[in-house]
Design a protein around this ligand. Sequence first.
Ligand SMILES: [Cu+2]
Length: 184
Amino acid sequence: MARDTLDRRTFVRTTAALGVATAIAGCSGGSGSGDGGDGDDGGDDGGSDGSDGSDGSDGSDGGSGEEEYLSEEPDYDGFLDDANNYEQTVDMTDADEVTVEVGAADGLSFGPAAVAVSSGTTVVWEWTGEGGDHNVSSTDGEFESDTFGEEGETFEHTFEESGTYTYACTPHETVGMLGAVHVE
Ligand SMILES: [Cu+2]
């Protein structure tokens, strides 16, 4: 009996240690400030070790939470095919104001790269200071920021009309610094 318990505890501890090692290894890809951004590399092996109580209830109030994706991906006409940090469109249609990082993940990304908002929503792009000089330049010319490199700079645009808006960072457009806002 006693030994049985002990064995099980050892097993649990070993498993936990392994889980930690895996988590650490999983993070080592992207130097820093991982805002949940490690999702795109092989999240499907062994599935998101929820281990330490990341219950987050049904929350969306803390910010650092799980991202919800649109159930049906908008048609970006291939624009985001080479976009860094893009996997799916993050559903932020409940928010009045949405922040997108400029210089997310590896520094040459928008974060989230694709976001869905409701019409009337203001999107605030906020520079992280990573990756050099960036701007936000819409494909159809509807909005364009200045070019900044410093952390904390911001640019905003309010999307009144539904539709799909694509944009790029002009200096890094050719290396995949692309983004989109889908307005519902
Ligand atoms: Cu850039």
